[in-house]
Design a protein around this ligand. Structure first.
Ligand code: PFF
Length: 448
């Protein structure tokens, strides 16, 4: 049922798709904030060590599973471990990504709304007024649903066009655009008087702020930012040709994701400090404070539009990767066309998106375990499902796959040279270091 599978055109296509998934809202609002709060360059150093020692091996192990099997997440586990229950991890990732995209699309809808507002010059130079626009949007019953539907079905539309003509083509256009726009904003932001305090906030190393919690925060952020443990790397790697070098693509993807997070920090924090604002985390910064700052900068209207284009592109390329998990599964397992699979999965997800969106307004008093539906989806996916699935993937790669098969994938059937020490370190990391790290994060995030 997995015949006639498409594959990405070449290394650039693989990279823009993988980086498109990794670079998202996590890089734009979470990373800069965490860096500033956790000792600046000290945090960045810890983050880089974690990215290289833990995340890179994890990404590689998902890459090996995906490319070896050449199938959707469910089928990948069935193919590589026939007659066992490992396929449950595949189903787990399908559930996880479906839940993530249901609230990610709601935020995507807000972004489209703010893109329209900034393009029609309707954002005011006053944080209170912008706060009013934001609150009235998210609490309204119908308006955000319209934008959510546009975001979700547009994502489905891109995916319907196929791996090459949809995902690859769109990522090849949008990802370079994303980098160029972010660099332009960073340069503008750095030229503002008083911006150096923002640079200091980001980069001045302060080891006195480094605690055990800092390390856990860096671990959690790195997993989320590199889209690990969600089946995304497995699915995208199943479209990578056998002659591609997966070690190189994984290495470049993790480096680009980190580099983008740093540039995003330089685009946001210097402007926030130049205008004496609080480097707060989350929607308040993106939808309220930054639009307010942009209206005060000469030419800020254009920067505001560029900024919302950046946020939109980052969100849409991540949501494409999330929805692709479902579409690959439905089209390969049920023999449906990609268009039919995308329409059915987007329609089911939209029902959950409606609940998430309404939980900001009419359903805001409806809570489960003290959380609104939106918060519950966020909590359950980030803290429970992603952790369980990443542990499953890394244990599968470390303990179930044969060493020869791993080496075969790393070296493209012996055509590439990789030192035995590197292979041994990689296997040690996915067998021991990465599982231990995941378990520690899980315990910490559940009980902290
Ligand atoms: N990596 C994305 C970000 O940094 O925003 C978020 C993300 C996308 C997480 C896809 C998980 C995922 F499956």
């Amino acid at each position: 049922m997995t015949n006639n599978r498409e594959s990405f055109g070449g290394r650039f296509a693989v990279l823009v798709a993988l980086v498109g998934s990794a670079v998202g809202l996590g890089n734009l609002w979470r990373f800069p904030y965490l860096v500033g709060r956790n000792g600046g360059a000290a945090f960045i150093l810890i983050y880089i060590v974690i990215a290289l020692l833990i995340c890179l091996p994890m990404m590689l192990s998902e890459g090996i599973i995906g490319r070896r099997a050449g199938a959707n997440v469910f089928r990948s586990f069935k193919k590589l471990a026939p007659g066992s229950g490992w396929w449950l991890i595949g189903i787990g990732t399908i559930i996880t990504t479906s839940l993530i995209i249901s609230f990610y699309s709601v935020v995507g809808g807000w972004i489209i709304y703010f893109l329209v507002k900034s393009a029609t010059l309707q954002l005011s130079g006053d944080a209170t007024a912008n706060g009013g626009i934001f609150t009235s949007l998210i609490s309204s019953p119908i308006e955000p649903l319209v934008y959510t539907a546009i975001f979700l079905f547009a994502t489905g539309g891109i995916i319907s066009m196929g791996v090459k003509s949809g995902i690859e083509k769109v990522s090849k256009i949008l990802m370079p655009l994303l980098f160029v726009c972010t660099v332009i904003i960073a340069v503008e932001s750095l030229m503002l008087p008083g911006s150096s305090k923002g640079v200091e906030f980001l980069f001045k190393p302060d080891f006195s702020k480094v605690t055990a919690e800092t390390v856990f925060q860096a671990l959690g952020q790195a997993f989320f930012s590199m889209s690990l443990g969600c089946g995304i790397i497995i699915t995208y790697s199943s479209y990578i040709k056998k002659n591609e070098h997966i070690v190189t693509t994984s290495f470049i993807t993790s480096c680009m994701d980190t580099l983008f997070a740093l540039i995003a920090g330089l685009a946001i924090m210097p402007a926030v400090f130049a205008f004496g604002q609080e480097p707060a985390q989350g929607p308040g910064l993106l939808f309220v404070i930054l639009p307010d700052i942009f209206t005060k900068i000469p030419g800020g209207e254009v920067i505001a539009i560029l900024f919302f284009i950046v946020v939109f592109v980052a969100a849409v390329t991540s949501s494409i990767s999330l929805l692709e998990i479902d579409v690959a599964f439905l089209s390969e397992e049920f023999g449906w066309s990609r268009a039919k699979s995308a329409t059915i999965s987007s329609s089911i997800i939209f029902i959950f998106s409606v609940l998430c969106s309404l939980s900001m307004g009419p359903l805001k008093d409806f809570t489960i375990a003290g959380k609104t539906i939106f918060d519950l989806f966020d909590y359950v996916t980030a803290n429970i499902l992603m952790t369980v699935c990443s542990l499953g993937c890394v244990l599968f790669a470390g303990w179930k796959l044969k060493r020869e098969d791993i080496i075969d994938e790393l070296t493209n059937a012996g055509k590439l040279k990789i030192s035995p020490a590197t292979v041994s370190f990689f296997i040690f990391s996915i067998r021991y270091i990465a599982p231990a790290a995941i378990i520690i994060i899980a315990i910490f995030s559940l009980f902290a």
